[in-house]
Design a protein around this ligand. Structure first.
Ligand SMILES: NC(=O)c1ccc[n+]([C@@H]2O[C@H](COP(=O)([O-])OP(=O)(O)OC[C@H]3O[C@@H](n4cnc5c(N)ncnc54)[C@H](OP(=O)(O)O)[C@@H]3O)[C@@H](O)[C@H]2O)c1
Length: 377
């Protein structure tokens, strides 16, 4: 059964009106440790460097040379690599001058790294999806709560002024009653050797990688669904190359989305209501345009220019929470991460998307290559 939740996306005052807000100093410095030197770690480090409250303290990699190169490139003070006795991430976690650990490794290692950081008393910002399943997310949430530490899944889109504005428009009733949401997020993912998206052991596949983005639009507009149906194409690597999900609501409203690692797609989201329609133009994870079309024939375009690469808003929110002593962000609370992971678990169960760690951590193991279209309520 899918748990009911309060409406999502509470606006936070510091994010409300000023698009340059995240670039303004507002309090005590916070010292960051970044685990991994991969693609998103590098992009986020670039945005972190724009925030006056952020100290770029330490970076870790499996390779010491890789960590040192990354540290030099982005201006981190310390670099840790695997040293034969300890992995680089453990050495970073043990650094007494790191306040918060940003976990930017492939999905399958998020749980191990975040768990170790929380056990060592560090706050954690963890890339999406927080873990491979809801059970592991619940373990991390429990550990963070017991230790009084901040924990957040890095769903950066929620903090963008454009997405906050879309949530405001929908909540205002300007679109009437929202009845239908459509979203798609497809891209031909490169197949270079070691590409994590095509590796089952790394948590590859479309649903876990990008499913959270269309789900975010559905949850913004309609909240937690009553039920869902899902079907996937599992490819020869054993990962979902394409997955389709429909969320159904007690009111009869529906949200439908498709995610894909193989196709070029609109990467847009449309929220349709009885009075009007909001289209978030591509890409739906960082829209710079919202187009509104009303039954009256009126249209309106709202445009946005995010600071940095757009991660600044999420990073500023983490700083704000730590400075205020909050252990969760009101805009991305752990209950929402748990809800999303529960929905992803159910979609995986129906669509036959499995990972090697599933039996160990208690997920139902289903044979690969079976699609599903079962209703869960
Ligand atoms: N928020 C966003 O917009 C966004 C965008 C893309 C990805 N992500 C998320 O960020 C995570 C990383 O994605 P990415 O695209 O940056 O991947 P990536 O480019 O493959 O980088 C991942 C890095 O993690 C390290 N690593 C690889 N295997 C590891 C393992 N088994 N244990 C520990 N570390 C390992 C490697 O760094 P070292 O060689 O330095 O160890 C690797 O470069 C994913 O969970 C993804 O969902 C988020």
């Amino acid at each position: 059964m899918i748990p009911a939740t309060e409406p999502l996306l509470v606006r936070t005052p510091l994010l409300a009106d000023d698009p340059q807000d995240p670039l303004r100093a507002s309090g005590n410095p916070v010292r960051w440790g970044v685990v991994s030197t991969g693609r998103i770690a590098s992009i986020v480090a670039g945005d972190l460097a724009l925030l006056p409250d952020a100290v770029l303290q330490s970076v870790s990699s499996r390779s010491r040379a890789g960590a040192e190169e990354f540290a030099a490139r982005h201006g981190f003070r310390r670099a840790y690599g695997d040293d034969g006795s300890l992995p680089g991430y453990m050495r970073l976690i043990q650094d007494p001058d790191v306040d918060i650990v940003y976990v930017a490794t492939p999905h399958a290692s998020h749980f191990t790294v975040a768990h170790a950081a929380l056990e060592a008393g560090k706050h954690v910002l963890c890339e999406k999806p927080m873990t491979l399943n809801a059970r592991d997310t619940a373990v991390l949430a429990g550990l963070a709560r017991r230790n009084g530490l901040f924990l957040m899944e890095a769903v950066w889109s929620r903090f963008l002024p454009s997405v906050q504005r879309a949530a405001e428009i929908i909540a205002s009733g300007e679109l009437g009653e929202v009845r239908w949401i459509q979203a798609d997020l497809g891209f031909p993912a490169p197949r270079h050797p070691g590409a994590r998206l095509w590796q089952r052991a790394a948590g590859g596949g479309a649903l876990l990688d990008v499913g959270v983005y269309p789900l975010t639009w559905a949850l913004i507009a309609l909240g937690a669904p009553q039920s869902l149906t899902a079907a996937a194409h599992i490819n020869g690597d054993g990962v979902d190359a394409e997955t389709a999900v429909t969320l159904s609501y007690a009111s009869g409203a529906r949200a439908q989305f498709m995610v894909s690692l193989t196709t070029v797609s609109t990467q847009a989201a449309t929220v349709s209501g009885t009075k009007g329609m909001l289209r978030c133009n591509a890409p739906l994870f960082n829209p710079t345009e919202l187009t509104l079309t009303f039954g009256s024939g009126e249209t309106r375009l709202e445009t946005f220019r995010p600071a940095g690469r757009g991660y600044t808003y999420q990073l500023r929110e983490v700083l704000r929470c730590l400075q205020l002593g909050l252990t969760e962000s009101p805009t991305m609370p752990l209950a929402d991460t748990l809800l999303v992971m529960t929905l992803l678990d159910e979609a995986r169960r129906q669509a036959g998307i499995t990972y090697p760690s599933d039996p160990v951590r208690g997920m139902d193991r289903r044979p690969a290559h079976t699609g599903g279209s079962q209703c869960i309520d």
